[in-house]
Design a binder for this molecule. Structure first.
Ligand code: ADP
Length: 382
């Protein structure tokens, strides 16, 4: 008896030491730890999780974990668990993933999520370690910005070279046209009968030179087209969610109600990933800036099937809407209403979308703000 009691005591000592150790780890580990059960309900919410998501543990215990996710995961998470339960196929367990999370105030932030599975006396639980990437990505973003600036400087130099080559090439036919037309004008102004043959020749020559100028521009276009980047099938849902997460880096996103929703019928699109990200980032950042002083800040990114086997993406906000004076020059470079704006974001976005064979345009959103629409080619059969 005494021996057995000693063993029990030793066991419970070990247990409580384990508990204390676990408690101390959970209280100090900088990553958030959330434990959920097989139904997706929260059973444990660490101190770091409480700071990260702005909820007290008592607010979330027993609630569905999906409350901490932005769309589309929020609506789909129950389905993800069901899928794992019925098929045993692991999509996230054991692998880290870059995704977005949602704070109490509705704002979204980038996270790295690692999910594990625990079996405890027949009960299955899932553990999620969450690292807030806002700061790390801010640092990476700064490096990327610097690189972009360098690339931009490179492009400006290349453009400068191109522009002077073009000016040089075009100068010749334009000078010739001016000379022929001036000669024609002098012929018409001269006293006596008009030398029709000579006048005809001057006009024919200037027409030929104008065509040559057009040819130079056309070949330049061809040249630029050849530099086109590779497009490949990309899943639109992930691309939009990731771009939105990227757009929020370094931006004060508190109080913004953000949602990405992609129609069921939308699969992959044929795009250059980096370029498309650039378009979405431009539009999302414009929307965030437009809503800066607004009491209600709603941002919706949606994608749905459009005509001609296309997909239409809409970035809509609840900002003040488009300045009527800007509406005609919205996509023209160097047009901006912002004190520090460059006015090139929309023109770059237009170049990219049109380079993909799509169209971009703006309308009013249902909250009186702006809605930017663009179309992309499907990569899969409808
Ligand atoms: P920038 O952001 O540097 O001004 P853009 O080309 O991205 O350059 O935008 C041009 C202009 O279009 C902005 O200055 C602004 O007036 C208008 N605009 C763009 N997006 C929005 C929006 N979501 N709501 C209201 N106005 C917008």
């Amino acid at each position: 008896m005494a021996v057995a009691d000693d063993e029990t005591d030793a066991l419970s000592d070990a247990r409580s030491l384990e508990q204390a150790l676990l408690g101390s780890i959970l209280a100090t580990v900088p990553d958030a730890l959330i434990v959920i059960d097989l139904r997706g309900l929260i059973v444990s919410f660490s101190a770091a999780a409480q700071r990260m998501f702005q909820y007290a543990e008592s607010d979330v215990l027993g609630e569905n974990i999906s409350m901490l996710m932005p769309s589309p995961d929020r609506e789909r998470h129950d389905g993800y668990i069901d899928h794992y339960r019925t098929t045993g196929e692991r999509r996230i367990i054991g692998v880290g993933r870059l995704t977005s999370a949602r704070r109490r105030d509705g704002s979204t932030f980038p996270i790295e999520l690692s999910v594990g599975e625990v079996q405890d006396q027949g009960q299955r639980l899932f553990t999620g370690f969450i690292r807030d990437l806002t700061e790390r990505q801010q640092a990476e973003r700064r490096v990327a910005d610097l690189q972009a600036e360098l690339a931009h400087a490179g492009r400006v130099t290349a453009m400068g070279t191109l522009a002077s080559a073009l000016a040089h090439e075009l100068n010749q036919p334009l000078t010739a046209i001016a000379n022929y037309l001036e000669a024609g004008r002098d012929l018409l102004a001269a006293d006596g009968p008009i030398d029709r043959a000579l006048l005809g020749e001057a006009m024919a020559e200037s027409a030929a030179q104008a065509l040559r100028a057009g040819e130079i521009i056309r070949s330049l276009r061809e040249f630029i087209k050849r530099g086109e980047t590779v497009r490949q099938p990309e899943p639109l849902r992930e691309l939009l969610a990731e771009s939105a997460a990227l757009a929020f880096i370094g931006v004060d996103s508190r109080g913004i109600d953000m949602d990405v929703s992609v129609d069921k019928g939308v699969g992959r699109v044929l795009v250059n990933r980096v370029q498309l990200q650039q378009v979405v980032i431009n539009l999302v950042r414009n929307a965030v800036e437009a809503m800066q002083d607004r009491p209600v800040r709603i941002l919706r990114v949606t994608a749905s099937p459009a005509d001609d086997d296309r997909i239409e993406v809409i970035v809509a906000d609840s900002g003040p809407g488009l300045d009527p004076d800007m509406s005609r020059t919205l996509f023209t470079p160097f047009n901006t209403t912002k004190a520090t704006g460059m006015g090139v974001g929309l023109s770059i976005s237009q170049t990219i979308v049109e380079g993909h064979g799509g169209r971009i345009w703006a309308t009013a959103s249902s909250w009186g703000g702006a809605a930017f629409h663009f179309t992309l080619d499907r990569a899969d059969e409808a």
